[in-house]
Design a protein around this ligand. Sequence first.
Ligand code: DCP
Ligand code: CA
Ligand code: CA
Length: 368
Amino acid sequence: MQARIVMLVDLDYFFAQCEERRKPAIRGKPVVVCVYSGRTEDSGAVSTANYVARKYGVKSGIPISLAKKKLKGVDAVFLPVDKEFYREVSDRIMEILRSHADSFEQVGIDEAYLDVTQRTKGNHQEAEKLAETIKDDVLDQQKLTCSIGVGPNKLVAKIAADIQKPDGLTLVRPEEVQIFLSYLPVRRLVGVGRKTEKKLDTLDVRTVGQLGRFDVQRLIDVFGRKLGTYFHNAAFGIDDEPVQERSEPESVSRISTLKEDTRDLEVILNEAYRLCDEVYSRLLQRELIYRSVSIHIVASDLSVHSRSKTFDNPTSDLETFKNTVKELLEKFLGESDVEARRVGVKLSNLTKKEDLQKQITNFFGYSK
Ligand code: DCP
Ligand code: CA
Ligand code: CA
């Protein structure tokens, strides 16, 4: 088997960086994104903070009140989370990342694995160039920085991405894996949480190197066969997990805010068609076809309205998509007297293109 080249791309201080992007005036100040629980003014937890705020000891998970204490007297910005906005930014960036991968696996709102073995011909210099290109593309098109780890598998790529942050690029060649891992604390390994770290500490195992030298049978005695073997292999940077696209999405959608609240079909359609193009390009990229089309309207009073249409047979046609959106919007405006503030379009009931092809082939009883 050819040696693989895998990347992990992780966006820097993601929620806070999204906020900086849409409010450039807050750049350079400590920015703290918070999940307010709403009980008292400051109750809740910090979701994330930019690197300026991190210098003051503010980080994910701490109470908002503690963050305020740490930033007392500092010109800091506290903002509530806006998941919908971060999701939109994330979707667009994931599309860029996917376009650079042989196979692609998103693992959270702000990170993804890319297998790039084929397109780099297994060449590490090529992989480094590609990583630079990806960083440039994300910055040019979405104005966000990310950190990338490149290695022979997911395990090493993930650890490498964490080494240099923000705006980092860390490349670990197969022959460097052993030395790269050996001095790191065991906590860096995926699957080693605080509890496991403590248990390993009682066995005098603190670094990955020590973990690798620790008797594998004793590891199995302590953690069970599955986990013990995993830890032993992980210590040597061994990991054969493929980079795999997660299961098909239920739907592909886009929503955006109109320049002003309106009932003007033409104005709403104009924006809706733009969203259709974006949704459609995602559909093509993932080689999917659709059976249902929906529109979503958030009205000026923030009430939410939807209309959908489902076809008997799946299609991948852009015209059908746009015509249906138009039809649904016309119908909606005829039935309701609200003003639209946001408009969204969605394709659902998705299936893989090739599945349809297979069905047709089977149906006609021939194959090529
Ligand atoms: N997040 C959260 N609560 C946590 C951890 C994370 O709400 N306890 C959210 C906010 C983060 C996002 O998930 O922006 C991504 O998490 P990361 O762990 O990747 O952290 P960041 O992207 O914020 O920072 P870094 O630059 O260290 O990756
Ligand atoms: Ca991140
Ligand atoms: Ca992350």
